[in-house]
Design a protein around this ligand. Structure first.
Ligand code: 5AD
Ligand code: SF4
Length: 513
C-alpha cells in the first residue's frame, strides 16, 4: 500500500476524533471580519496607513519552536511565495526547522490563493489529505493562511467541515504568527485571526529567502483597482506603498549579499507611490534610483496599463540593470468587455501604450494575462482578443477561463456563454500563444544570450538551466561552477518555451542579447 492509499484508508476508517468539539465560532472572528463588499470598499482609503518599523518577536515566544519542524505549502502568485519566505523567517526566529515533507512536520501551513475556483478546490483537496495525518499526530498544528482566509465563505466552510484545522489567519496577520502559534498550542479551539482592516506596512520582518540568486522585494501591498472579476482588492486590502528608502536599502543589502536579480512585487506596481501624501514619487522615480544599484537585473510585476506612465517608459529605456521584459496584463482585446471588467482603458489605449513602449525600447519582450469567457463575451469580442494578441506580438501569456468570485460585481452578472464555448476559446487562444512563442524562440537560434544560471536542469542533472533578461528558460551544457553566475550561451535550437545551447567564452562573443 502506498502512502496515499494508507492515508485514504485511514480517512475512511477513522471516526471523527478531532480535538475540537462542534461550536459556533462565528462571533470570534466576525467582530474583526468584513466579507468582500463593494459598499465597504467604496469607503476605502479614509484610514491612514501606519508604518511599523520596529517589528520584533516578543521574547515570551523564545524557543517555542525548538525541536519542532514547519512545512509551508504555497499556492498562487509570487506575492504568496514571498509571504511564505516571511513566515519561514518568523518560524526560524522562533527556533523551528524547515522540512519538505508533511509527515515530518509539527506545523503545516497552507498559504492559499483565491484568484480562481480551482485554486480553492486544490486547497480543500489538500485539507482532505492532511486530515489522516492530524488523526495520527494530534499534536500536529495545521493552519490555513493567505488569500482564501480573507473570504468569509471559506472560513465558514473550514469551521463547519474541517474542524481539525487549528489556525486560520489572514494576509494582514502574517506578522502575528508567533502569537497565533502560541494560542494554537494553548487553546482547544480553532484560532481564527482574520483582520479585514485595510492593512498597515510592517518593516523589518525576518525572511528566509529561497535561494541566493534571485530575490523578491515588495514595493507595495493591496490593490484599489477593483476590476469587476477580481477578489484581490478584498483579500489584500487597499494600496499602500513601502517608503522608497526602505526598498532601496533592502535592494542594496541584497546586492551586497551577492543576489543577481530582484523582482519588485505588487498587485499593481504602477500605482506605486500614489498613496504618499508628503512626496510626489512614483514607480519611474523608484526604478531610476534602483538602476544605480550594482545588481545585474531588476524586474517588476504586475503592471496595470492604466497607470503605466511616460516617465516610467523613459526610465526603463535607460536599460542597464532594468530588463527589457514587461508583463502587461491586457485581459481582453474588446473595449466593451474591458469596460465591463472595469479595467479603465480601451483596446486603442492599450495599443497606444504598447506603441510607446516599443518605440522607446525596440527590443522589448511583452507578456500578458488574458481572461476568456467573461460573462456574455460574444464570438466577435473574443476574436478581438485574438487579433489584439497578434497585433501586439506577445511572446507569452497566462490564459484563464473566467471564474466567478463571490462578492465581486462580475459574479452577479448573468452569463449566457456555455463552459463548452469557453473551453474552445481557451484552446484557440492557447494555440495562438504557442505559435507566437515558438516564433519568438526561433529567432534566438544562432544568437548569444546572457543567462543567469540557477542550477541543474529539472530533467537532466548534466545540463544547467537559467533565464535570460527577457525571462526565457535556457538549458545548456556548462560547468557547475557557473551556477549563480551570469554567463553567455550560444543558442543552438529552440522549442516552444525553452532554448537549448552551449556556454561560450567571454571573448568569443560580439553581440549578446
Ligand atoms: N477568473 C479568471 N481569471 C482571473 N484573474 C483574476 N481574477 C480572475 C477570475 N475571477 C486572472 C487575471 C489576472 C491574473 C493574475 O489572474 O488575468 O491578471
Ligand atoms: Fe485584480 Fe485588477 Fe487589482 Fe489586478 S489590478 S489585482 S486584476 S483588481
Amino acid at each position: 500500500m502506498n502512502e496515499k492509499q494508507r492515508l485514504e484508508s485511514q480517512q475512511v476508517n477513522s471516526n471523527n476524533t478531532d480535538k475540537k468539539e462542534e461550536k459556533d465560532y462565528s462571533k470570534y472572528f466576525q467582530s474583526v471580519y468584513i466579507p468582500p463588499s463593494m459598499k465597504h470598499a467604496r469607503r476605502r482609503g479614509r484610514e491612514e496607513v501606519k508604518y511599523h518599523k520596529d517589528f520584533e518577536i516578543n521574547e515570551q515566544f523564545d524557543g517555542i519552536g525548538n525541536g519542532r519542524k514547519f512545512y509551508i505549502r504555497t499556492y498562487g502568485c509570487q506575492m504568496n511565495e514571498h509571504d511564505t519566505e516571511v513566515m519561514a523567517g518568523i518560524f526560524s526566529e522562533l527556533g523551528y526547522e524547515a522540512t519538505d515533507t508533511v509527515e515530518d512536520a509539527d506545523v503545516i501551513l497552507l498559504n492559499t490563493c483565491a484568484i480562481r475556483e480551482n485554486a480553492e478546490n486544490k486547497v480543500f483537496g489538500e485539507l482532505g489529505h492532511l486530515k489522516p495525518l492530524k488523526l495520527e499526530k494530534p499534536d500536529l498544528l495545521i493552519g490555513v493562511c493567505g488569500c482564501m482566509s480573507q473570504e468569509e465563505s471559506v472560513v465558514n466552510r473550514i469551521l463547519e467541515k474541517h474542524q481539525f484545522v487549528d489556525m486560520i489567519f489572514g494576509t494582514h496577520n502574517i506578522h502575528r504568527l508567533p502569537e497565533i502559534l502560541n494560542e494554537a498550542y494553548m487553546s482547544k479551539e480553532m484560532v481564527v485571526e482574520v483582520w479585514s482592516k485595510e492593512g498597515d506596512v510592517i518593516e523589518n520582518l525576518p525572511k528566509v529567502r529561497r535561494g541566493n540568486i534571485k530575490a523578491w522585494v515588495n514595493i507595495m501591498y493591496g490593490c484599489d483597482k477593483f476590476c469587476t472579476y477580481c477578489i484581490v482588492p478584498f483579500t489584500r486590502g487597499k494600496e499602500r506603498s513601502r517608503r522608497p528608502e526602505d526598498i532601496i536599502q533592502e535592494v542594496r543589502q541584497l546586492a551586497a549579499h551577492g543576489y543577481k536579480e530582484i523582482t519588485l512585487l505588487g498587485q499593481n506596481v504602477n500605482a506605486y507611490g500614489k498613496d504618499f501624501e508628503d512626496i510626489e514619487y512614483g514607480l519611474g522615480d523608484l526604478m531610476d534610483e534602483l538602476r544605480k544599484i550594482d545588481i545585474p537585473r531588476i524586474r517588476f510585476t504586475t503592471s496595470h496599463p492604466r497607470d503605466f506612465d511616460d516617465y516610467l517608459i523613459e526610465v526603463l529605456a535607460k536599460k542597464g540593470n532594468l530588463v527589457e521584459h514587461i508583463h502587461l496584463p491586457v485581459q481582453s482585446g474588446s473595449s466593451d468587455i474591458l469596460k465591463i471588467m472595469g479595467r479603465k482603458y480601451t483596446r486603442e489605449q492599450y495599443l497606444e501604450l504598447v506603441r510607446k513602449i516599443k518605440k522607446a525600447i525596440p527590443d522589448v519582450s511583452l507578456s500578458t494575462d488574458i481572461i476568456v469567457g467573461f460573462p456574455n463575451e460574444t464570438d466577435e469580442q473574443f476574436e478581438e482578443t485574438m487579433s489584439l494578441y497578434r497585433e501586439v506580438g506577445f511572446e507569452i501569456a497566462y490564459t484563464f477561463i473566467y471564474s466567478p468570485r463571490e462578492g465581486t460585481p462580475a459574479a452577479k452578472m448573468k452569463d449566457n456563454i456555455s463552459m463548452e464555448v469557453k473551453k474552445e476559446r481557451l484552446q484557440r487562444l492557447n494555440e495562438l500563444v504557442n505559435e507566437l512563442s515558438r516564433e519568438a524562440m526561433k529567432k534566438y537560434e544562432g544568437q548569444v544570450v546572457e543567462v543567469l544560471v540557477e542550477g541543474e536542469s529539472k530533467n537532466n542533472p548534466d545540463v544547467l538551466a537559467g533565464y535570460t533578461r527577457k525571462n526565457k528558460l535556457v538549458n545548456f551544457k556548462g560547468p557547475k561552477s557557473a551556477i549563480g553566475q551570469l554567463v553567455k550561451v550560444k543558442i543552438n535550437s529552440s522549442k516552444t518555451w525553452t532554448l537549448d545551447g552551449e556556454m561560450v567564452k567571454e571573448e568569443e562573443t560580439a553581440e549578446v542579447i
